[in-house]
Design a protein around this ligand. Sequence first.
Ligand code: PLP
Length: 226
Amino acid sequence: MIAICNPNNPTGYILTNEEMNAIINAAEGVGAWILADEVYIGAERITDKETPSFYGRYDKVIAVGSMSKAYGLPGLRLGWAVSSSDIIEKIWRRHEYTTLSTSIFSNNLAALALSADVRPRLIQRIRNYIRKGFPLLQQWIDQQKDIFQMVPPQAAAIAFLQYQLDINSTDLANKLIQEKSVLIVPGDHFGMDKFIRVSFGCPQDYLKEGLTRIQQLVTEIRAKKK
Ligand SMILES: Cc1ncc(COP(=O)(O)O)c(C=O)c1O
């Protein structure tokens, strides 16, 4: 199985058509399944075009979506898998075994959220958060280019920042929690030290405060080194 996340977590990258086809060709060559985590579809930053699904492009695809990201409704605890009916049947059995059922209340709210009237408004809402938050992050990076580098994410409310500091990413994350009460994800969690994943899809004041606190810690780390 090839597990892929598109748009990607942690980079926010959106695969091109050619890249999607190359992955499908690689899978087809060995008869592999593609598990496509597509929870960030709808959360595009640089385009209004929704990212296409892997589903329908190749027989052996399981496409996974969720109410948590693009719709901003993680509390519903509801998502979906789209695949061939025999695979879905097997997934149902496992779902029953682990959770039995989702709440009927969540089901009804999700149906409302996905209705033709409401869905576009929710998608717009998340895109507004992402598009308003990103320039703040970009500005913040521009002020300290010697420390942080970023390939701008094309989707999602997260960015994967490379940093030039003499500290491991898990240690940096722990210091941020303990000393500044700021939560980020260390690159170690993605097998890439010297990166951190930050979120910018939040209200502007909240985001500014978080970034300021990161900057404070970075300044302190640098001052100690001297
Ligand atoms: C790429 C990706 N897939 C899946 C999930 C999980 O989504 P949910 O909260 O709907 O279980 C997350 C949540 O962080 C995610 O980032």
